[in-house]
Design a protein around this ligand. Structure first.
Ligand code: GTP
Length: 531
């Protein structure tokens, strides 16, 4: 433990001192719209920079910060470029084009666009990069020039990290789907749809579907399914929240608004596939998509305020993801340019959310089970006395008869004497209290594994395994005397006792016990008779 702490402390202090070889060599940058040679601006290539979408694209010039390029083989890595088209124009080499989903003339890389640079320009002349965001969002990017070994290290680390995040998301989706089918609970299904679509979006944006997955054909048709998957992701998140947080009972009006929102999105996306309407629908759907986040956030907070524990779990899982999404949007406007990890964070928070929400779902499954168990127990309990009712007692006794130690089983059949008079004297409610008092006497006189039931009216039955049944019956009879003295009410009970005979059914056993009880009644009541 101490060693680990010492190592962590050492790592923390050493970090700023030791230069990170994977961070590459120091660069200085200039950029301008390609068609406007005069509008040159400086920028720091190591920080996130969104270049906008000027017609004709953007030209980026990268210089060595200390004036001279080093010798050797290098790799230019363009990080967080998402779907922008990048081209490298290095002196003495043909122009090379690449994107995240199609390496083209670039170096096939994991999670970034990269180009081999076999020789750097002479005399500190710039590396010239073209950025074309004409058919996508101009997301902020940064540039690193590393040696090939460092580049491979960075990519291997990213690959392991991205795989772990995506596998976590998909594994929780599969488990949720399984539980959803077993429990017939749509919340699990919507969760699975949400997590799967989110993982697919992340796998696409990070280029994972092409490298390492090799789903090039899918990447090529991205414009056809990309928006539909994003929409499905948001819809399933909304419908998951709806079921998970129980909006139907807590916030029926807000729920209707959310459903209206979902219907509107579906209509817009569907119309977006109709020729001639595409451009108009695309313009409409983005603001509608953006509206989804505050709507979901507001609903989840309102549900928490109405006491939904599950809405709180949803927020715990989802807020980091929302935070990273908002951060990504702010970075488009130049805010927090040093937080270059925001793309990777989108994967990490996806995995975090998957873990939190699946724990929430596990808790939900456990609580459904608890409720079902409770309902089952309640269905077998006599509401007045809390003892087993007739059906449950018979089931429990039949289970006892199947046990290997059934040979020592006895049954007591108990009937309160002159109960009609008790009712006449105390009224029906007073009679009920006496029945509860007698149930109490039984509980005190018997062991936890004896099977006690109210067979109907003022008749009770007990199954005993082992022990002296007649002595137990006497204990009950005397126990009732004691309690009735305390309650200042003369109460007695007649009890028939029978021992089970091997092979005998429950009805025959009870018939004999009832006959013994009958004998007890006719013998003068307030007694135990064995039959
Ligand atoms: N308060 C109350 N009374 C009940 C309940 N179920 C049955 N009874 C009453 O229990 C009485 C049973 O009366 P009987 O079957 O004549 O028997 P008894 O008066 O106990 O006479 P013996 O059994 O012969 O000693 C009836 O008055 C029923 O109305 C109940 O749940 N609550």
């Amino acid at each position: 433990m101490l060693l680990v702490l010492a190592w962590l402390a050492g790592a923390a202090f050493a970090a700023p001192v030791v230069a990170d070889p994977d961070a590459g060599i120091a660069l200085r940058g200039e950029w301008r719209p390609t068609r406007d040679a005069a509008a040159v601006q400086g920028f720091d290539p190591a920080r996130l920079k969104a270049f906008g979408r000027p017609p004709g694209g953007v030209t980026v010039l990268l210089y060595p910060r200390d004036g001279a390029w080093p010798e050797g083989l290098w790799v230019l890595s363009v990080e967080s470029a998402a779907f922008q088209r990048i081209a490298l124009d290095a002196p003495g080499l043909p122009l090379r084009r690449s994107t995240m989903l199609d390496a083209g003339d670039g170096r096939p890389a994991f999670g970034r666009i990269a180009f081999d640079v076999p020789r750097l320009p002479p005399d500190g002349a710039p590396l010239r990069v073209h950025v074309d965001a004409s058919d996508t969002v101009p997301s902020p990017m940064y540039f690193v020039l590393r040696d090939a070994a460092a580049q491979s290290r960075v990519e291997a680390g990213w690959l392991a990290f991205a795989t772990a995040c995506l596998v976590t998301m998909l594994a929780t989706a599969v488990i949720a789907l399984f539980f959803g089918l077993r429990l017939r609970d749509p919340a699990f299904g919507w969760y699975a749809a949400y997590v799967t679509t989110y993982a697919l979006i992340q796998a696409t944006q990070s280029g994972y579907i092409v490298r390492p997955l090799g789903w090039d054909a899918m990447a090529a048709t991205l414009p056809a399914w990309g928006r539909a998957v994003t929409t499905l992701s948001i819809l399933s998140a909304v419908l998951f929240l709806d079921r998970f947080a129980g909006l139907g009972q807590r916030l029926p009006r807000l729920r209707r608004v959310l459903h209206g929102y979902c219907a509107l999105m579906l209509v817009l996306v569907t119309l977006g596939y109709v020729p001639g309407l595409q451009a108009a629908m695309r313009a409409l759907i983005n603001p509608v998509l953006i509206l989804g986040a505050p709507l979901v956030l507001g609903t989840a907070i309102a549900a928490v305020l109405r006491g939904s524990r599950y809405a709180a779990i949803f927020l715990l899982g989802w807020l980091p993801l929302l935070g990273v999404t908002v951060l990504g949007s702010l970075q488009l406007y130049g805010i927090a340019p040093d937080w270059t990890w925001s793309d990777d964070a989108a994967l990490a928070v996806g995995a975090f959310e998957a873990i939190v929400l699946s724990l929430g779902l596990a808790e939900r499954a456990a609580s459904v089970r608890r409720q079902r168990d409770q309902a089952r127990v309640l269905a077998g309990v006599d509401p007045l006395t809390g003892l087993l009712n007739r059906r449950a007692w018979r089931e429990a006794l039949e289970a006892c008869l199947r046990e290997p130690d059934a040979a020592g089983l006895s049954v007591l059949y108990l009937d309160l004497d002159h109960f009609k008079r008790v009712n006449d004297r105390l009224g029906h409610a007073g009679g009920d209290r006496v029945l509860q008092l007698f149930a109490d006497v039984l509980r005190h006189a018997l062991r936890a594994d004896d099977v006690i039931g109210r067979y109907g009216g003022e008749e009770f039955v007990v199954g005993l395994v082992g022990g002296d049944a007649q002595a137990v019956a006497e204990r009950i009879r005397r126990g009732l005397h004691a309690r009735s003295r305390e309650a200042d009410m003369p109460l007695t009970v007649s009890i028939g006792v029978t021992a089970w005979r091997t092979g005998e059914g429950i009805d025959e056993l009870l018939r004999r016990a009832d006959a013994a009880l009958y004998a007890a009644k006719h013998g003068g009541r307030d007694r135990v008779v064995a039959g």
